[in-house]
Design a protein around this ligand. Structure first.
Ligand code: PEP
Ligand code: MG
Length: 764
């Protein structure tokens, strides 16, 4: 062991500030990138009183390449290379942590690179170059003596590394990469999630909660910046306390927990100290937040504990909120600046927030959470946007404006795709567009099977934005209008007049095509933030929802029915009741509806010419009261989403078990057939309006089971109509009956049906 030399030959406070000032000047000067880099490392070495300063960049093949050095052999630049995890530099990059060593060569990870001539240096300080939690490279200083680098020097080097990260991201560094070498910054990444809505979208990333890009890095006045930080932290804490004291949050377990975690972080003294330290080193308050957050993310990304990783996302959100406070509120990407081909990436999102984006610019939606039947996905489906959900980790890895592909057919997302992949997907998009054009051509043609059976193809809707689709898709009418969507996107209960206005617009848009309005189906996963019961339901899907709720709160139902009756004056009104469990409920609702009709007629309102009342079949108990039910109603519609969940006991929002059971399996097909047969026996019209109606394979099966009317998302009408034209219903029905009844097989008939379609030349 040699002697130790403390080398405090510079002022510990002004040192980093002087260095940042010099870096700022160097970055502003008109220099060739390599020249700029060479001068930067020289500057850092001088300022840190180090004999060596080296800058390594991480390539996409996982190799760290020396890009500039002061002190090591200059001919080693671009030649000296280490793999991720190899040597001290590789260890820093892999762990995203600094290494501060008095005797570098004694470290077990030390790897000697002869071309650099570094054997004469003993002390070593290296820090990762981080941006948005990703490692872009490593910055190292070395000294011959076995000196100790102080904590404030480590901080200073980290701050410098942050500035260099901006340089890498700004495109300076890629310009000096050797031909054929790709940097890690632009590395393509693919993610697997679940397919929530069909279609392919190519475009550019728009982070729904955009990470704010800090451009003003260097501060002019430390005290002023610390004051700004403190005042913003104060506002942040108040806003979190406000959220926590809101009544609607106070009862909600998970949401509350997250906010409690925010509050804890916002008061965390370690965090505040690190922020202040970064400001003292010369950064603006914004840049300090970004730096500290980048360090935290890089360190926490290595954790495997899902709970801790979840907390990291919370911490990210919090840092983003603080940045917003510092930079003013209105930093959200909005219409004016939104890319023309925006692919929105979010952890989770409300339906209303999606509607804030202009439809014509949206090419896709990617969610880290969510379920295929969550509100935002239903709205996205209505808008015809491809959606991939449950795409874990994508928010951290995406940057605004990155090129991205969403494959809503298989739930995959490709960030910064390579050109071949992009070309392949562009081809897929062109192919789909051609097919779409064919569907448009056929939209006014009758929807008739090859053997002449007419099938009514209706569409599902719920918002004004859906209405143009009626004509575009060539739907025969609206088979399911989900009235709750208007309630879900509002911040208070929509007033009677607002409800009436919407219903009137829907009927006007539909012209003489029929519209089936479903009365409020709230509860379960359809939560209204402003309507809370204090009942904590363990199984909300089977709880106080839909008709059960509106029969208990007749004021709600009455207002809605009245608005519907008024809107439908002079024409037929079709009203459908959700989640009927027993016939008695239909009788009660019918009484209420009739009373409203009488009430309005007393006041001489223009009434509907006829009110037809229907029931959704989505609770299995109805299967044993179909005849009684059909005697009571004018029509029924099968809600296969809920019916499947209850028949199979499989939560429709739970991705772990969602794909385990198939709605084309024999037991479920038997259930569906039983309902179609009851309709025929009772001369009652039967429709099916769950998601399965929109898939050509399952709609083919439904027709084979006897369904003559199905309702689906508008985008599905074209493909289903194309399927119909080549279908011989007589032949399919016979074969399907045989498969369901005679084979002793109770598994899925998906294969059987696919093969049938292939043999019979039915396009799926
Ligand atoms: C269903 O359950 O199939 C249905 C159409 O209703 P929702 O998806 O709105 O519950
Ligand atoms: Mg339902």
């Amino acid at each position: 062991m040699g002697e130790r030399h403390p080398v405090p030959t510079r002022d510990p406070i002004s040192g980093p500030r002087v260095m940042l000032k010099r870096l700022r000047e160097l970055m502003a000067e008109a220099l060739e990138p390599q020249e700029r880099l060479d001068r930067i490392v020289r500057e850092i070495a001088q300022n840190m009183v180090a004999e060596v300063c080296s800058f390594y960049v991480l390539r996409s093949d996982g190799v760290l390449e020396l890009y500039a050095t002061e002190g090591l052999n200059p001919s080693a630049v671009h030649l000296a290379q280490l793999r991720l995890g190899q040597g001290l530099v590789g260890t820093i990059a892999a762990s995203a942590r600094p290494l501060n060593l008095t005797d570098a060569q004694a470290h077990p990870a030390f790897a000697y690179l002869p071309e650099t001539g570094e054997e004469i240096y003993n002390s070593f300080l290296g820090v990762p170059i981080l941006r948005a939690g990703r490692t872009l490279g490593v910055l190292v200083v070395q000294n011959r003596t076995k000196r100790v680098y102080r904590e404030d020097e480590v901080e200073a080097l980290e701050t410098t590394a942050m500035v260099l990260a901006e340089m890498v991201a700004a495109g300076d560094i890629p310009r000096i990469a050797r031909p054929g070498v790709e940097l890690d910054l632009g590395k393509p990444m693919s993610f697997s999630g679940s397919a929530f809505n069909d279609g392919v979208g190519l475009g550019h990333v728009v982070l729904h909660e955009p990470r704010i890009v800090v451009t003003n890095l260097f501060n002019e006045d430390i005290n002023a910046e610390i004051d700004r930080l403190e005042s913003s932290l104060g506002s942040l804490r108040i806003s979190i306390d406000d959220m926590l004291s809101r009544r609607d949050v106070a009862f909600e377990g998970e949401h509350r927990e997250v906010l409690e975690a925010y509050r804890m972080f916002a008061h965390d003294t370690g965090w505040v100290r690190r922020l202040e330290e970064a400001i003292r080193n010369g950064l603006t308050a914004e840049a300090a937040v970004e730096k500290v957050q980048s360090d935290t993310r890089a360190r926490m990304m290595h954790l495997t504990d899902p709970y801790m990783r979840e907390r990291l996302s919370d911490f990210d959100d919090l840092a983003n909120r603080l940045l917003r406070q510092l930079m003013g509120r209105d930093v959200k990407t909005m219409a004016g600046t939104l890319a023309k081909d925006a692919i929105i990436i979010a952890r989770s999102m409300g339906a209303a927030e999606l509607l804030d984006y202009p439809r014509e610019r949206l090419r896709g939606l990617v969610l880290e959470d969510g379920a295929a039947t969550s509100h935002v996905v239903i709205v996205a489906r209505a808008m015809g946007i491809p959606v991939a959900g449950q795409v874990k980790g994508v928010v951290s890895m995406a940057e605004n404006n990155d090129a991205v592909i969403v494959d809503g057919d298989d739930g995959r997302v490709h960030l910064r795709p390579q050109s071949e992949l992009e070309a392949a997907y562009s081809e897929k998009v062109r192919f789909r567009a051609k097919r779409q054009a064919l569907y448009r051509e056929s939209r006014d043609k009758p929807s008739i099977t090859k053997d002449g059976i007419e099938i009514k193809l209706l569409m599902n809707a719920g918002l004004l934005v859906d209405l143009p689709q009626l004509t575009e898709a060539g739907a025969a009418g609206i088979g399911l209008f989900r009235t709750e969507l208007q309630f879900m996107i509002a911040s208070t209960f929509p007033r009677a007049e607002q409800q009436e206005r919407l219903y009137r617009s829907v009927l006007e848009a539909a012209g003489d095509r029929p519209v089936t309005f479903r009365t409020l189906d709230i509860g379960g996963d359809k939560v209204l933030p402003y309507f809370r019961s204090n009942v904590n339901e363990e199984n909300p899907a089977m709880g106080w929802r839909a008709l059960r709720l509106t029969l208990d709160r007749p004021g709600l139902l009455r207002t809605q029915v009245r608005a519907l009756l008024k809107a439908a004056g002079g024409r037929e009104l079709r009203l459908m009741l959700p989640m009927v469990t027993e016939v008695q409920e239909v009788r009660k609702a019918s009484e209420l509806i009739n009373r409203e009709v009488q009430h309005l007629s007393r006041f001489a309102y223009d009434l509907p010419t006829r009110v037809k009342i229907g029931a959704m079949v989505e609770v299995p108990s109805l299967l044993w009261q179909l005849d009684e039910l059909m005697a009571e109603v004018d029509f029924v519609s099968v809600g296969s989403n809920d019916l499947f969940q209850f028949v199979m006991a499989v939560d429709r929002g739970n991705s772990i078990i969602n794909n385990r059971f198939d709605n084309l399996s024999v037991p479920f097909l038997r259930v569906l057939r039983q309902i179609a047969e009851a309709g025929e026996r009772n001369n009652t019209s039967v429709t099916l309006c769950g998601e399965m109606a929109g898939k050509p394979l399952s709609s083919m099966a439904l027709i084979g089971l006897g369904y003559r009317s199905i309702s689906m998302s508008p985008a599905a009408i074209g493909p289903v109509k194309a399927m119909l034209g080549s279908l011989d219903v007589g032949e399919l029905s016979a074969q399907l009956k045989d498969a369901i009844d005679n084979h002793g097989e109770t598994g899925t008939l998906r294969n059987f049906l696919t093969k049938y379609a292939e043999r019979a030349g039915v396009p799926l």
